[in-house]
Design a protein around this ligand. Structure first.
Ligand SMILES: *[C@@H]1O[C@H](CO)[C@@H](O)[C@H](O)[C@H]1NC(C)=O
Ligand SMILES: *[C@@H]1O[C@H](CO)[C@@H](O)[C@H](O)[C@H]1NC(C)=O
Ligand SMILES: *[C@@H]1O[C@H](CO)[C@@H](O)[C@H](O)[C@H]1NC(C)=O
Length: 219
């Protein structure tokens, strides 16, 4: 998640300085926002003005009037609180916040259950994340047809043979698309992807089968 805000700020030089110092100048303030591996919000900013301007920022630069520096740059960092997560979600550092199923659902019901939390049916974006998904959650939940498998956030329901994630990415472009040998094999019958606890490999399966699932809130 990356948010870049660009603001124009008018800086007025100190009134208490000599009259001839008073003028107005535009400087640009750019802010970038991202979340780190544990979901803390990190805001970084840079304030910059053209070389000829002499300016004063109330908080930090009291002596800018008459300065001869070619440019003045103020940089700052701000760390906010960790993102708020719905009940039941726990951090897996570097990956996101996850919730494991308490009972089995069909693929579509699992997708919708995650969406109701503001999350998404999980899919991996690296080998490490696939390993984490396959090993750190309990797939044996009440009602599950296959106790070593969990629904995965990808299907070819929209277009046969084209597996895309619940967030609209081509499965081949997520950073992880390791199928069990011979998979996907279900053609028009099996359109939903599940992950097998054994080696974290992917299969296509019957979407109506009740399976465990994992919801993910990205960092
Ligand atoms: C994220 O930032 C917070 C606040 O500075 C820090 O406590 C935490 O360790 C950082 N997490 C990572 C994974 O760097
Ligand atoms: C993914 O890549 C494989 C190998 O390049 C290819 O055979 C398959 O058609 C691709 N699938 C999609 C959905 O693009
Ligand atoms: C779930 O497993 C049972 C028993 O093997 C089977 O009869 C049923 O068809 C399966 N349901 C689905 C949706 O796959």
């Amino acid at each position: 998640m990356l948010l870049v805000a660009l603001l124009l700020v008018t800086v007025v030089k100190s009134e208490e300085a000599q009259e001839n110092c008073v003028n107005s100048k535009s400087v640009s303030l750019s802010l970038s926002h991202q979340t780190n591996g544990s979901g803390h919000s990190i805001l970084n900013g840079q304030l910059e003005q053209p070389a000829e301007a002499a300016w004063q920022l109330e908080v930090a630069l009291r002596d800018a009037c008459g300065a001869t520096a070619r440019s003045q740059v103020l940089t700052f960092g701000l760390t906010g609180p960790s993102v708020r997560v719905p009940p039941g979600y726990a951090l897996r550092e570097g990956f996101g916040f996850f919730r494991a199923a308490t009972h089995a659902l069909s693929w579509t019901a699992a997708r919708d259950a995650c969406a109701r939390d503001g999350a998404a049916l999980a899919f991996a974006q690296s080998q490490e994340e696939a390993h984490m998904l396959a090993t750190q959650f309990k797939f044996e939940v009440p009602g599950s047809n296959y106790t070593t498998c969990a629904w995965y956030g990808a299907s070819d329901l929209a277009e046969e043979g084209k597996f895309v994630t619940v967030t609209g990415l081509n499965l081949n472009e997520t950073g992880y698309a390791n199928y069990y040998p011979g998979q996907p094999a279900g053609k028009t019958v099996e359109n939903c992807i599940f992950i097998n606890q054994n080696a974290g490999l992917l299969h296509d399966g019957l979407c109506s089968a009740p399976l465990a699932y994992i919801c993910k809130l990205p960092l």
